[in-house]
Ligand binder design. Structure first.
Ligand code: SF4
Ligand code: SF4
Length: 439
């Protein structure tokens, strides 16, 4: 049978062997904790504590600043040291709550629930109150995603278990070590959509997860496991919707317009914690990996911990990294400073001894067409990059520049090493900013 897949894409070396076979390890934070108020799409959270307040693990320290926003919770006990701008992974300074960790880890108590006894409104409210956001990188508040205008038109809830980005193995470990939470979380989401089927969409390079989850949902009428062809960017929203349902969306549509809701593994587990256990979002799994790290592995990290401490937990650097990336090599951010906090959307810390890309000088385009072939967005990257270099926003939009999902495939395959994604990405940013300005 043909494997489920999409147009374009690439097969980069996956580097997953470095960390995939080591079990998740919980880290006990020692130092101060930093909680940026903007770690999600939408309005920044608003502090509900002030300097000098003592807080407990699991206590709300900032409330949602609007409907599209999310509250933030302390992940240690201690004293609020300051509320001030701190640097985050993007290099920006963002207002943050700083907690002096007292290392006592005193915790509030949580109220567990029986999801079967809750109505739809109560489920969404628990998810909202727990501060759950898309943890695959986007950071879009999950309660908003789970509140489409016409919920009866949602036909598929897709658990994005592809984890197609090279080096990342956090979803893999979560699927192997806590598969029941993933299935229970998906069942909770399905309770919101009476006409939907659940799909656990897993790339076929994870046969153990396919077998394990397949066994768990054997008797679940509303959930199936679908094996996807291993290809980057299989886990991008549009690509996974197309591969699993055959439906297409473009940049002006939401997944809900195609009858779909897509959530990643960690997000669905966070929904489980929020609804079943009544626990707010306080932890995530982070892959700390790369050839510059002594002991690459996956950590169960309390949000707010410093990146430098994660490297220490992984045994430190065995050689000086030339490049450190927050996220994976295809879509992550190069870091210039390791003193940044782990946020709700931080999936990985990749430390490489050689920065192969920066060692190569871009040359002229040789019109080979490889970027066009690899592009899952069905655009012409070489043309868009030239338009972007000329800052021609109108031509960029007319040539479907907004259909780019910033996957990086075009730059990856370009023999002339042209920085296609970089140019296209910055033009997209400009167009989006202009649209926002014009209302
Ligand atoms: S143009 Fe965009 S969508 Fe197409 S390959 Fe490049 S980064 Fe990916
Ligand atoms: S892959 Fe590079 S060299 Fe080939 S057409 Fe695209 S931009 Fe030009």
């Amino acid at each position: 049978m043909a494997k489920l897949t999409f147009h374009g894409g690439v097969h980069p070396w996956d580097g997953k062997a470095l960390s995939k076979d080591k079990p998740m390890k919980a880290i006990v934070p020692q130092g101060e904790m930093v909680y940026p108020l903007s770690q999600h799409i939408g309005a920044p959270a608003v502090p509900v504590v002030k300097k000098g307040d003592r807080v407990l693990t699991g206590q709300k320290i900032a409330e949602a600043g609007g409907f599209v926003s999310a509250p933030i919770y302390a992940t240690v006990s201690g004293t609020v040291k300051a509320i001030e701008p701190r640097r985050v992974v993007t290099g920006d300074m963002v207002n943050a709550i700083i907690i002096d960790n007292d290392r006592l880890f005193e915790e509030v108590s949580y109220t567990p629930n029986d999801p079967e006894a809750l109505d739809k409104k109560e489920i969404v409210e628990l998810i909202k109150e727990a501060g759950v956001v898309g943890m695959g990188g986007a950071g879009f508040p999950t309660h908003v995603k789970l509140s489409p205008k016409e919920p009866e038109k949602i036909e598929y809830v897709i658990a994005n278990c592809a984890e197609c980005e090279p080096y990342l193995t956090s979803d893999y470990r979560r699927m192997l070590e806590e598969p029941e939470k993933l299935v229970e979380g998906l069942k909770i989401i399905l309770r919101l959509f009476d006409n939907a089927q659940g799909i656990l969409a897993i790339e076929d390079n994870k046969p153990d997860c396919i077998a394990l989850l397949g066994g768990l949902v054997e008797n679940e009428e509303r959930i199936t496991v679908k094996a996807l062809k291993t290809k980057y960017p299989q886990g991008a929203e549009r690509q996974i919707i197309y591969a699993t349902t055959g439906r297409e969306i473009n940049s002006s549509m939401l997944p809900a317009d195609a009858g779909c809701v897509v959530d990643n593994v960690d997000t669905i587990v966070a929904v489980y914690h929020a609804v079943k256990e009544g626990r707010p979002l306080m932890n995530r799994i982070v892959t700390v990996t790369g050839d510059a790290v002594r002991d690459p592995r996956n950590f169960y990290v309390r949000i707010g911990m410093n990146y430098r401490d994660l490297i220490e937990e992984a045994g430190g650097f065995k050689s000086e990294p030339e490049k450190v990336v927050s996220g994976g090599p295809m879509m992550g951010f190069a870091l210039f400073d390791l003193d940044v906090p782990t946020t709700k959307t931080a999936s990985a810390l990749l430390c490489m001894t050689r920065d192969e890309v920066s060692m190569m000088e871009p040359g002229p385009c040789i019109n080979c067409g490889r970027c066009v072939e690899a592009c899952p967005g069905r655009v012409v990257p070489r043309r868009l990059a030239v338009i972007a270099e000329h800052h021609d926003a109108e031509a960029f939009v007319a040539n479907d520049g907004m259909e780019c999902c910033e996957c990086g495939c075009c730059s990856y395959v370009c023999p002339a090493k042209r920085q296609l994604t970089q140019s296209i990405k910055s033009m997209r940013k400009t167009v989006l900013a202009n649209r926002k300005k014009q209302g």
